[in-house]
Design a protein around this ligand. Sequence first.
Ligand SMILES: Cc1cc2nc3c(=O)[nH]c(=O)nc-3n(C[C@H](O)[C@H](O)[C@H](O)COP(=O)(O)O)c2cc1C
Length: 220
Amino acid sequence: MDAIECIKTRMSIRKFKIDPVPADILLKVIDAAKWSPSYKNSQPWEVVIISGQRKEELSNLLVQLLDKNTPPSPDLPKPGPWPPAIDARISALMKKRRELTGKDFSSAEVRKQSKIANFRFYGAPHGIFLFQDSALSAWSIFDIGLFAQSLMLAAHAFGLGTVPQAFLTDYAKDVKKFLGVPESKRLVLGISIGYSDLESPVNSFRPDRRDTEEIAKMIE
Ligand SMILES: Cc1cc2nc3c(=O)[nH]c(=O)nc-3n(C[C@H](O)[C@H](O)[C@H](O)COP(=O)(O)O)c2cc1C
């Protein structure tokens, strides 16, 4: 697969096969991601991969916190309110999801079940958490975003599916305590990873993109 095909065919996977990924492949994915650029080559990323029984325990903990109506407290503040043009794109995405799944995401119960699916890593055998020191600037958050994209593209090239998940940062403090990560670290993103279940209808949906002409202005 060439780079353009890899970028264009990567998509968020929300149903995985249970089969675990060999540890050496997971490490090869990280080994590729570490070649991402970063501000002054600062490489502001730390990675924890969780699997097996411990992953199940972490899922249970997150679901328990949700059941107790614990307010989310991510290290990065939730975004919004969105400017109208972006808000319209998000609404269009939600509408398409509703049509595909038959689920009404304006219902609190549907939203809760969707969070639970996130907390259960969409059935993936592994969860990846990306951390960095909380004292780092916004440039480092930018850098870890580049790392995350490289990681997901490398995974795709190895025949794996991924989904980036802000929801996995909802209970950042608890996740850090569970994983033995110092509280001084910032949890930026969770990513589920595994073999995609391509027979699941949820994985048949790929959100569209803005027209290139709308995004880019060419000046001569
Ligand atoms: C920073 C970030 C956070 C995201 N959080 C979630 C999430 O919590 N749960 C989820 O199912 N998808 C999440 N996504 C996936 C987006 O919904 C997805 O990337 C977008 O709809 C485009 O679809 P694609 O990845 O299939 O191209 C997130 C994506 C990014 C970049």
